[in-house]
Design a binder for this molecule. Sequence first.
Ligand code: NAD
Length: 269
Amino acid sequence: MIDNTNKVAVIFGVRNDSSIAYDIAKKLHLSGCKIALSYLDDTKTEVLHLIKELGLPDYCAMQVDVCNETQIADFFQNVKLNLGSVDYILHAVAFGSQEVMCYSLPGSNIPAPNYLNIPFEDLMDSFNISAYSLLRIARVAEPFLVENASILTLTYNASQRVFPGYAGMSINKAALENIMLYLADYFRIKKVRVNALSPGLVMTTSAGGINGVRKLRRVGKLTAPLGNIDTGDVGNAALYYFSDLSKRVTGNIHYVDGGFNIMGIAIDE
Ligand code: NAD
């Protein structure tokens, strides 16, 4: 039903085959979309391998640090040259240091850093990567976007309710959601829509850095009316935003969490 033939998607945030962005990339590819992926130096081998598995040429991937405006601009220019103007952008990027995420290192006896002591510089680094990068990417992408393009980011419910293990990253997700709203208004003239998916917990590499992640999965399984989700559930919802079906939907936070967010109490037995 979803036909993305001749559409072009730029995807930030594939690390490995467990990444949420990878499931979305696969589904976009299957729907006929031309896709381009970004990688970091430490994820290059893995991402180039995945590109090969999808049967895509190497020029569909480029090294891009989302804090580096020049690298982002080179990426979009490369996409325009090789694939065409951009219909879809996925922002699936986040990073927080141990101090920001307040977790203790595996096997260490040193207690986890305290929320009160989150260092400002670490928080600003994680804000730059995890929240401001959406604004930076949107700014650079603007001249490359077609009318009716769709920008999608990934947030987490810790932006609005307290999940102590998510610590400083919650600040970034709250900011990210706000940036998403203001971009949705900013892009009204071009009719570009900007939305966020808010998935429940999925076991990806990034999720491994969340303090008490296994407990959260256990509680999620019992508490959410529909139980825990997986990356495939997120990919399915993303495909709605990366299709003409969502043409008139913008500024939305779309939960994909089995209903976890509606519960007032955790069921943990
Ligand atoms: P992941 O580790 O697979 O993806 C995170 C990506 O961010 C990686 O590809 C990494 O290379 C990239 N990244 C980090 N710093 C970067 C930088 N400076 N420049 C460019 N890229 C950079 O983990 P994931 O869980 O798939 O995370 C994707 C998004 O989904 C994140 O925004 C995350 O917060 C969000 N999310 C995840 C969950 C979950 O439970 N896994 C739940 C809700 C929201």
